[in-house]
Design a protein around this ligand. Sequence first.
Ligand SMILES: [Zn+2]
Length: 204
Amino acid sequence: MATKYGFSDVREALVEDLKGAYPTKWEDFEAARVLGEDVFGSPKPHPNAVLNLFLEQNIKFTLPFAAYRACLGGPPALVSDAPGTQLPRLTLASIIHGAGVTRRMMTHAAYGIVYLRDLGVCPDRLCLLNVSVSPAEGRKEALKKISDVIFERSEGDMLSPLSFGTLVCVGCAKRLEKAHLDCRKEFVWAVLPCLLGWGGWEGV
Ligand SMILES: [Zn+2]
């Protein structure tokens, strides 16, 4: 409405409010108190409706995170045909492609955390990683449980933190959570813009 009736200062103030809720950098994501559709208050709009609004208004910086929020609802929400929630075909195709990229990244993240980092053998007898590297069977089982934690998360959610505290000791949990944090940062930096077909943030 602010655009329609030419209230450019109102529009600017509204866009400013969106900056916190639709972050473009990891630091902004971490500092955000309100994220995504929640910024609109109640009743909370459907993420697709918000994405449609941003596309229509060409508020470019909000688009990757808005697409991510739409993606979180999974396929049924993405293809919703309730009034105002139908996404343009090309947008939908791009998000589905981006969700595939996200999934691949998640697989790499799990593999990288579990196999490429030297998790070592933990001296704490109550820790899952208190298994020696040889014979390998017990070790394999322990690593599988850790990677399951990374995979078992809801549809494509790459941004919320994971907790490994129920599996491993405090020290090992910290190392794993730090490794996962690096992946989350990498996701915001490298994958988020791909959701709407941009190669990187410079395109946004
Ligand atoms: Zn440990």
